[in-house]
Ligand binder design. Sequence first.
Ligand SMILES: [Zn+2]
Ligand SMILES: [Zn+2]
Length: 307
Amino acid sequence: MENKTARASNVKAISLLILPIVLLLASIGGFVLNTLPSVLLAHFILSIFFTQCFILLHECGHLHFFKGQQLNRILGHVFGLLSGIPFYTWMHMHNLHHKWTGWRDLDPTTEKTIKPSSLVMVRIIVNVAWFLFIPIFYLGYMFSNYWNLFKIKRFLKPAMYKTAIVQVLVYFMVYAIVVYFFNAQLLKFILPGFLLSLIWKELIILTQHSHIEIPLANGNEVKPISYQEQIAFTRSFSAMPLISKYLLFNFNLHEAHHVQPGLPCYYLEDIELNNAPNSYFHWFKNAKRLSGNNFIFNTSKHSGRKF
Ligand SMILES: [Zn+2]
Ligand SMILES: [Zn+2]
């Protein structure tokens, strides 16, 4: 693997922002045209735009997308607001994900996925949602990790937790004000695309660590696993270079990202790892073949399926 210590480049970062801006303008154009096909297309295009905003939130959260921390933080809030996720809680909880990947019960984003629920009703809901593409897993991930202050309190130091409370409240108030004054426009123009984007986001983030055999600390004192060794607990998928770079901002190259979390996404394709990733379709086919409970709460060790 090449050990690249590439520096952030504003030119490269801005070149990646062209497509989301074009998508946003195209969706506005679709609404202005106001025909049934153009409006439906506008909702779809907007759902891709929101998905890209989430990936860009991830990038800015590492503070290495743009040159200079301030720009990452400012745009991080823009993408956070467009993703429904407070930037501050995202940044800190996501950093803990990078620290604890490899210990399934210590990584805040996977701690609740270690066994299926004992309640039959919950298991039925999980299976039906997974079968019907109802993104409850993404919603659970989003609210429990970045909005649930009771959970966040367990992970952040007191001073950081205070900032987290302020940020969660500020985001909540911004959304409340927008909903109060613009509810009709939100329902008509924004909500369908945003809801659709939840499905795309779920179908992307669940490729990254789900149904991989990851050890449990089980209350023992353990050390974080090195970034290089986290590859074993992470999954990438391949995509056409243009799709990978400009649509997904290399978010599909999640193994390379775990090896060098500080590397801007536009350099990830330069990292050479031993195993070439499978296609997205390979993951999709295998994941959807399993029940929701089996896919999310069990691992390859239980099902015998490695993909
Ligand atoms: Zn990850
Ligand atoms: Zn990351």
